[in-house]
Design a protein around this ligand. Structure first.
Ligand code: ATP
Ligand code: MG
Length: 230
């Protein structure tokens, strides 16, 4: 029988490709909130952006390679296995159906992704389906008007703040945990553009992911649909 981890982090995204910023955000969240594992979850069709460049198979393969280099991380195909657009609400419901209590789930986003939280499917109910963990990202401030919304403001907690206890006993009611972290200033967009320009991903991606990108010639061409639309 599988034993559910007591505190599960989930980091979703296009992961096109997974990179050092995702890994650093996962570790910062795990450190700040004593998470037992972080599932890296490539999304199928992201709800908030255009279609990914690499196929779902390649994005999952790269995620699995990154996870194989890191004891904290686990690659999850939960979102890829579900057809249609990816909504965090559905993912959190699927985790509940697998036996995870909302108080055990910590959905991790960078500041840029969380900035649009009030446009997410089933906002504000989605905020009660698990904890949210917002990790700082270089160059992306959290918009004050989003933080000031009552549904957001009343849930905000600063992780690591001694006045705010983040021990398991205190996390029964769902919160939005802010985590201040020194994550590297990298993005999948930058990495794709660099490879398109004939350069290497270098240390911005785990070594096995860099090898996979090279071996399969990923990101060396503009996707056809994007060429058509200039
Ligand atoms: P793209 O440029 O294609 O949008 P990305 O680098 O933003 O890619 P995503 O897959 O969109 O990566 O991001 C998945 C999640 O990881 C998002 O919540 C995003 O905010 C977060 N994230 C990505 N890079 C960082 C980083 N350097 N620091 C903190 N969070 C990050
Ligand atoms: Mg992004």
């Amino acid at each position: 029988m599988r034993r559910s981890p007591l505190r599960l982090g989930v980091l979703g995204g296009t992961l096109d490709p997974v990179h050092a910023g995702h890994v650093a955000a996962a570790h910062a969240a795990a450190r700040a909130l004593s998470l037992d594992a972080v599932w890296l979850m490539p999304s199928h069709v992201p709800a908030h952006k255009g279609s990914p460049h690499a196929s779902p198979w390649h994005r999952f393969a790269m995620t699995a390679l990154a996870a194989s280099e890191d004891a904290l991380l686990v690659a999850s195909d939960l979102e890829l296995a579900r057809p249609g657009p990816t909504y965090t609400w559905d993912t959190l419901q699927a985790l509940a159906a697998e036996g995870f209590a909302a108080s055990q789930i910590f959905f991790i986003t960078g500041a840029d992704a969380f900035a649009g939280i009030d446009t997410w499917h089933r906002f504000p109910d989605v905020l009660d389906a698990g904890h949210f963990v917002v990790v700082t990202r270089p160059g992306h401030a959290l918009p004050p008007d989003v933080l000031a919304q009552p549904d957001v403001a009343q849930r905000l907690r600063i992780a690591g703040d001694t006045a705010t206890d983040s021990s398991p006993a205190s996390t029964d009611s769902r919160a939005i945990w802010l985590v201040e972290a020194d994550t590297p200033d990298v993005s999948s967009t930058d990495i794709r553009q660099r490879i398109l320009a004939g350069k290497e991903a270098g240390t911005d991606v785990p070594a096995s992911v860099a090898a996979h990108i090279r071996r399969h010639g990923l990101y060396t061409h503009q996707p056809a649909a994007r060429r058509l639309h200039g």
